[in-house]
Design a protein around this ligand. Sequence first.
Ligand code: ATP
Ligand code: MG
Length: 434
Amino acid sequence: MTFGIKRTHLASEITPALDGSQVTLLGWLHEKRDLGGLRFLLIRDRSGLVQAVAAKKEVSPELWEELSSFKRESVLAVKGIAKASPQAPGGAEVRIREVLLISPSEDPPIDVVGKTSADLDTRLDNRIVDLRRVEPQAIFRIQSTVASAIRSYLRENGFIEVFTPKIIATATEGGASLFSVFYYDRIAYLSQSPQLYKEQLTSAFERVFEIAPAFRAEESDTQRHLSEITMVDAEAAFMDYQDVMSLLDGLVERVVKAVNEENRRELRALGREALEVKVPIPRITYDEAVSILDRKGVEHEKDADFGTVQLKALSEELRDFYFITDWPTAARPFYAKPLEGRPERCESFDLMYGWIELASGATRVNDGKLLKERMSSQGLNPDSFKTHLKWFNYGMPPHSGFGLGLARLLMVLTGKDNIREVVMFPRDKRRLEP
Ligand code: ATP
Ligand code: MG
């Protein structure tokens, strides 16, 4: 350890059972209080908080003075004796013998202690300090559990994790929401989705997944859209969209179970009960959803994607998780496979929670000729997809998959209605920093 002090215990390990032991804590000064002859320092580390107390009689006059000079968020090493103390949070505290200021802090730009802190914009401007607060701590610890649960679930189901390029030469689904970048002497684009790569890879590995950034130049300013997102993409040979929905049933179930088991403390910090999901998640078709809207007298455009108004109306009937399946072919990307005998509908789905879309998926067209036709009928030029289409001549298996927005899922799990709360460093039309 370069600075020569070794931590003996984490905050959470200071328990009554340690009474009388020498301990060394390393962490941040979360809060401090003076009470006559006692000075309290609340020390925060990755495990939580612990109270350290200096009694004027027990420490040197120099240390006593120094203690009042430390500012919140300074990094400290605290040496002392653990003591059982029924009044202390956690039933034990540390009686201070020595304190070393490892790295001082200025007065923090936002309150780290308070439950109600600054407004979201100010918090995001000061994100690194904001992330020390209880709520963001809980959100991003849950995110880590979610990512890890998704990885193990997909790996157990025979998927391998892959990493595809994010600088690309052509648009995946048409150019509308693409960011362009200078690429040496030409223009390249930031990838909106690993769609084409993951489809191609099913012909080599059968089952692949990727957790990676995707970039979307979203014009609308909403609580659920950002310009840079983390997408969970999976694609499997020899599955159809019904199989993929079953895969998602298992995935959501696994994620919920993992968060309930590993993040009890974090859920409590967010004021959440244990999470629940009943599988199989209900599946309703687009046409059934349309009948619900008709029954409720909610207007909708024929064979079009639903807007917020329609989704909010549907969510009054369909709470929690549900799938909407068999979408109009015209409202989905060219690679979604039309239903046999009913080509105006396709083998596709959205996974919803209330009115929020979490994931989209489909059986893909695996016939090169049909794929070309589908491109043309959606106004795309098959010539710009030459390299993609080429691989359909070399044993492309039937395949299906989904793309899930990690942050959308995290919004549902943490009960947040603004996506900016659950993304560490959100990017939108106005925000490019920090
Ligand atoms: P939406 O209709 O909500 O704009 P989409 O249908 O355009 O989403 P897809 O291309 O289906 O998005 O992407 C798959 C998933 O990625 C979505 O279901 C959503 O969870 C997430 N996602 C897509 N775009 C964004 C975005 N701009 N910000 C946050 N998440 C997004
Ligand atoms: Mg979608």
